[in-house]
Design a binder for this molecule. Structure first.
Ligand SMILES: Cc1cc2nc3c(=O)[nH]c(=O)nc-3n(C[C@H](O)[C@H](O)[C@H](O)COP(=O)(O)OP(=O)(O)OC[C@H]3O[C@@H](n4cnc5c(N)ncnc54)[C@H](O)[C@@H]3O)c2cc1C
Length: 298
């Protein structure tokens, strides 16, 4: 199938993009890498009157460290982040997740911000961004606002983006580890084939200080309409001495926090079981990495 007819404009500034979205009165869409949008247009699941291309806005293509934050502009490609030394150094969890996004040609066009806005519950970048407290910077006709991802996702591919808004940056705060702590991270997923969307995924980051869990981030994807941060599990683990038994107990207990649906692909019970298994792997891998002699985090 082919898309229905649409107009196309390539803008040179964020202001032009907002003006174009506003003039279209809710019938336009931003195009960044097109890796999710074009298949949707081809299937006629979306029928925008206008595509607003933001790829010619130079300032959106930067990865910038500002103080203790790391900012990804809206046209930063997965591949750009994957090969960035600053990402490897300061966001090791993101660095582990990106190579699992599709295949290399998809990562060379697709953007981190586009992935977050697209809000697929199985996608890697929204899950990592959520558990690392990232936020989106949104420009619209009423000005600029910042939305924490904890408040951004409403449900399956639904989010808080307004029709006249362009997301300009994905911002990760507090990228450094506390002095004296060591950081370990892990991203695990189950997919039918290499490069496919995950059926279920799990992501985690542990900061250990003298064997005690000083900070922990944990979440799962593909078990509901949006990526899910496991706040209760984080609270249970924080401040305790890390042992394999403790981590296994915590992972077993996440089953009660999940509400997956049955669907034609797999049953809800299967998704729950896989999520528990992946969470065990994540916690063990992150714990072992944080326990090694290398200097974790920065
Ligand atoms: C074969 C294939 C396999 C894939 N496998 C995976 C996978 O395993 N994991 C995974 O996570 N993804 C996967 N993807 C999806 C894809 O990689 C991401 O969803 C994609 O990178 C999104 O970024 P984009 O720049 O391409 O967004 P686009 O396709 O350009 O846009 C996606 C949506 O976000 C909106 N949007 C984009 N940028 C902005 C912005 N700055 N402001 C406002 N709205 C915006 C668009 O209007 C559209 O609704 C796969 C895609 C394909 C084709």
């Amino acid at each position: 199938m082919k898309p229905v007819n649409f107009d196309y404009i390539a803008v040179n500034s964020v202001e032009e993009a907002v003006a174009a979205l506003s003039q279209a009165g809710g019938t336009a869409k931003i195009i960044a890498g097109g890796q999710s949008l074009l298949p949707i247009l081809n299937m006629r699941l979306a029928r925008p009157s206008l595509l607003v291309d933001i790829n010619k806005i130079p300032e959106l293509n930067r990865i910038e460290r500002v103080g203790n934050e790391l900012r990804f502009g809206a046209t930063v490609r997965h591949h750009q982040a994957e090969t960035s030394p600053v990402v490897q150094e300061y966001l090791p969890l993101l660095a582990k997740a990106i190579p699992l996004v599709g295949h290399r040609p998809i990562r060379s066009r697709g953007t981190l911000v586009g992935s977050v806005v697209h809000a697929d519950p199985s996608a890697e970048i929204p899950l990592v961004s959520l558990i690392l407290d990232a936020s989106l910077e949104l420009h619209g006709t009423d000005g600029v606002r910042t939305v924490a991802l904890a408040d951004f996702f409403f449900g399956y591919m639904m989010n808080d983006l307004q029709a006249d808004e362009v997301a300009t940056a994905l911002v990760f705060p507090d990228i450094t580890c506390q002095p004296g702590s060591k950081r370990g991270t892990s991203f695990q997923e189950m997919a039918r084939r290499d490069g496919d969307f995950a059926l279920v995924s799990a992501a985690g980051q542990i900061d250990l200080h003298d064997g005690v869990i000083a900070d922990v981030r944990l979440g799962v994807g593909g078990v509901g309409g949006a990526p899910q941060r496991l706040v209760e599990t984080e609270d249970f683990l924080k401040g305790k001495e890390a042992t394999i038994d403790l981590l296994m107990e915590a992972a077993e207990a996440i089953g009660d926090l999940l509400e997956p649906d049955d669907d034609p692909a797999v049953s809800a019970q299967y998704r729950r079981s896989v999520a528990i298994g992946l969470t065990k792997q994540v916690l063990i891998e992150a714990f072992l990495e944080a326990s090694t002699d290398k200097e974790g985090g920065k």
